[in-house]
Design a protein around this ligand. Structure first.
Ligand SMILES: Cc1cc2nc3c(=O)[nH]c(=O)nc-3n(C[C@H](O)[C@H](O)[C@H](O)COP(=O)(O)OP(=O)(O)OC[C@H]3O[C@@H](n4cnc5c(N)ncnc54)[C@H](O)[C@@H]3O)c2cc1C
Length: 496
């Protein structure tokens, strides 16, 4: 059973209603940019936090806590009077009726909009092999990062147990990262540092420094968007850290115990590894399909929707789509595309309300890209400038500090970086069984977490049923006592 709440209706609200889908880079920056607009802004997102995805790998490897990279959206927006935050997964956008329908634990909400910004981002793509996800989690959410943290630290623990019993634990001490883009490089580098530096004194039966870290990609180089020179430099640094880099290698199968790769020359190899991380491929939010079906806008292979040069949907100038969901001029799936796109959309909405002429088409200003390899080592490409090593790492540090949301998060992140980069510690090594198995357990339920809670209204019905049962029991007791003529006697005897 579910309940439907019309959250705002055209009649109920005289002000212009903007709905923003998503609380990521596009959603948050779009909402904030509407602060002074003469409009009510409703942000609907399926999580209660704003996630700084670029640092997920540090949560997965015990450097940062999840709160430091995922502050509550409600807190960030608390002083923005015209904004409200709603929890819910959007399942439908009706462009003709101008409504957005979202659900959370069986509760349905329908929001009316006059303007809409869709910033639902992208998920992991397993290139049609979704069953790989059971054994090789992706790196897109806090849940993913905590699950990976549990799996990585857990593998060392199981290896210690096995080695103490004299068993072969090579498969437990082999860590495979699939995808040699920035996330894969950062993840592989951090696991290598964990094994070679952080954990080396913590175990007795195993030698953590003998752990094998393998980075696999079907492409012929690491970090393809950074160009050949930085790619070669990065590969060399990774190898010096002890990471085995397998290029031109396509993953063809993944199971609990390992994976199979096929090389360009047809050779096949199996890698025995319990811990696998999937950092290859993205698939735009399924909402892009919903929007495409209603507008005829094309979808590309990653499910990204083709938008007009002003980021609106064909035939629907009141609907903007921004960030990882769009396919426009080969724009990359990076935070700045989402931030700048969302600010552009917000400015256009505000401008229209003020009667201003339309802006020029959206133009993305590329501020550059960077990736860390290990502590004190990074690569950066800014315009024509290419930086490597410590300078690039300092730049990475500064940029990430600026973009982490909230003063207290910046402060604690710096403290944790001191612990990990100057020392050898990791402050956030806590891992629980729920983190490791929760995702798989929920996936086995038909409707996920919804199956674990009472349907909305059910609690009221249960309470009503209990109250009725109590009253009936009382009435029956009254009848019994009256039939046995005991009531008067008891009362009487008590008073005499
Ligand atoms: C591990 C990792 C590392 C990265 N590193 C970098 C980097 O170093 N530099 C860089 O520039 N970029 C990096 N990126 C890419 C960058 O994070 C994205 O390009 C950016 O987040 C895109 O912003 P967005 O608003 O489009 O989507 P997101 O930030 O992904 O936000 C999507 C939002 O929509 C919500 N949502 C999704 N579906 C629904 C739904 N149906 N209903 C309601 N809400 C929904 C999500 O909960 C989320 O709040 C990285 C990405 C990852 C995954």
């Amino acid at each position: 059973m579910s309940s439907t709440t019309p959250s705002n209706t055209p009649a109920a609200s005289a002000r212009h209603q903007v709905v923003v889908i998503g609380s990521g880079f596009g959603g948050l920056f779009g909402t904030k940019a509407l602060k002074r607009a003469d409009a009510d802004v409703t942000m609907v997102a399926k999580t209660t936090h704003h996630l700084f995805q670029p640092l997920l790998y540090q949560v997965a490897t015990g450097i940062l806590s999840e709160g430091e990279i995922a502050p509550p959206t409600r807190e960030i927006l608390r002083s923005q009077k015209n904004a409200r935050v709603l929890l819910g997964e959007v399942t439908d956008v009706d462009l003709a009726a101008r409504t957005v329908t979202s659900h959370v634990l069986g509760r349905t909400t329908v929001n009316h909009y006059d303007s809409l910004i869709v910033a639902a981002g992208a998920g992991q793509s397993y290139f049609g092999n979704d069953h790989f996800s059971e054994f090789a989690p992706g790196m897109k959410s806090i849940d993913d990062a905590l699950e990976l943290r549990g799996r990585i630290f857990g593998a060392f623990e199981l290896a210690e147990l096995g080695a103490a019993r004299g068993e072969n634990v090579d498969h437990l001490l082999t860590f495979v990262v699939v995808g040699a883009g920035p996330t894969g490089v950062e993840m592989a580098g951090q696991i290598a540092e964990l094994a070679h530096r952080t954990l080396k004194r913590d175990f007795h039966a195993i030698e953590t420094r003998s752990a094998r870290v393998v980075l696999i990609d079907a492409a012929p180089q690491v970090l393809p968007p950074f160009g050949r020179k930085l790619g070669l430099w990065t590969k060399d640094r990774l190898e010096k850290l002890g990471v085995e880099v397998m290029l031109g290698a396509m993953v063809t199968d993944v199971d609990e115990r390992g994976l199979k790769v096929k090389f360009k020359n047809g050779r096949e190899e199996r890698v025995e590894a319990v811990t696998k991380v999937w950092a290859a491929g993205v698939q735009a939010s399924p909402l892009s399909t919903t929007l495409s079906e209603q507008t005829g806008a094309p979808l590309d292979r990653a499910g990204r929707i083709g938008v007009n040069p002003d980021l609106t949907l064909p035939g629907y100038p009141e609907v903007f789509v921004v960030g990882d969901m769009i396919s426009l001029d080969h724009l990359p799936g990076v935070a700045q595309v989402a931030i700048q796109g969302a600010k552009y959309a917000a400015k256009e909405i505000d401008g229209r309300l003020k009667g201003k002429p339309a802006q020029k088409p959206f133009h993305y200003f590329d501020k550059g890209s960077m990736a860390t390899i290990s502590r004190f080592n990074a690569v950066a490409a800014v315009g024509k400038i290419r930086l490597t090593g410590f300078i690039a790492w300092l730049m990475w540090l500064a940029v990430h500090l600026v973009y982490i949301t909230g003063f207290k998060n910046r402060l604690t992140a710096v403290m944790h970086w001191f612990v990990s980069f100057l020392g050898r510690g990791r402050s956030e090594r806590t891992a629980t069984e729920q983190q490791i198995f929760g995702r798989i357990a929920l996936a086995r339920l038909r409707r996920g977490a919804t199956d674990l809670v009472s349907a909305p209204g059910q609690l009221d019905q249960d309470a009503e049923r209990d109250r009725r049962a109590d009253l009936e029991a009382q009435a029956a007791e009254e009848v019994r006592l009256t039939d046995q003529s005991q009531r008067g006697i008891r009362v009487g005897s008590g008073s005499s």
